[in-house]
Design a protein around this ligand. Structure first.
Ligand code: SAM
Length: 216
């Protein structure tokens, strides 16, 4: 069971206020948020006839966009409070209790998307998750990961100094205690599984990796 469940149960009620700019410390993390969700949806545009899995849906902001665009999407979310808010916003969309290493679906899917959630896994869990998720993804399926990542360790170090100088101590603590990776390290995991990939920087923190199975 994910270790961050309690945190997200407590954050659920005002999560949407944080992402839509009501929390000064996180404004730059969530800068361009709607555009990030829109870009994810565009990366799976050709999977409209397929089944999309979204992991770590939170309150369902990406899910809602996919639903509005007529994707067949199933949400996976470990926090009960997040699932409650999701259900109140999207009563017609399936949402299941699960996480990156346990997805309760019977058949393979055509795309797996996730935003602002993959960093909750340790490096070892990330490696295991990509192998596990590959096993439930159809050939030519796509995985899209949007999350805080760094272009280099030097960039990370400078960013931490900047965040400290802004006195954003909660954000600083997140950046120091959760499992944020360099973009190229995640790409290397995809390479090892024979995925082709592209990367896009969306703001000071967030990158999108779009990876296709069997791409190499
Ligand atoms: C920062 S929120 C992101 C929510 C939403 N995807 C968004 O973009 O706004 C992170 C979400 O990931 C979920 N989460 C935490 N650990 C997880 C795990 N191991 N597997 C799947 N989801 C997880 C949390 O419960 C939370 O809802």
């Amino acid at each position: 069971m994910p270790v961050f469940n309690q945190l997200f149960d407590e954050w659920a009620a005002n999560y949407d206020e944080t992402v839509y700019g009501n929390n000064n410390e996180y404004i730059e993390v969530f800068a361009n948020y709607n555009n990030i969700l829109e870009t994810i949806s565009q990366k799976i545009e050709d999977k409209k006839d397929g089944h999309i899995l979204e992991i770590g849906t939170g309150t369902g902001n990406l899910t809602r966009l996919l639903y509005q665009k007529n994707f067949h999407v199933t949400g996976i979310e470990p926090s009960q409070e997040m699932r409650k808010i999701f259900k109140s916003k999207l009563p017609n969309v399936e949402i299941l209790d699960g996480h990156f290493l346990s997805v309760p679906v019977k058949n393979k899917v055509d795309a797996i998307v996730t935003s602002y959630a993959f960093h909750h896994l340790t490096w070892e869990e990330k490696k295991a998750a990509l192998i596990y998720l590959d096993s439930i993804l159809n050939e030519k399926g796509r995985m899209i990961i949007a999350d805080t990542m760094f272009e280099s360790l030097a960039y990370k170090s400078n960013l931490l100094k900047y965040v400290a100088s802004m006195k954003s101590f909660k954000l600083l603590n997140d950046l120091n205690t959760e499992y944020y990776e360099c973009v190229e390290d995640i790409c290397q995991l995809f390479k090892e599984q024979n995925y082709s990939f592209e990367t896009i920087k969306m703001n000071k923190y967030v990158w999108i990796i779009s990876a296709e199975k069997g791409g190499f």
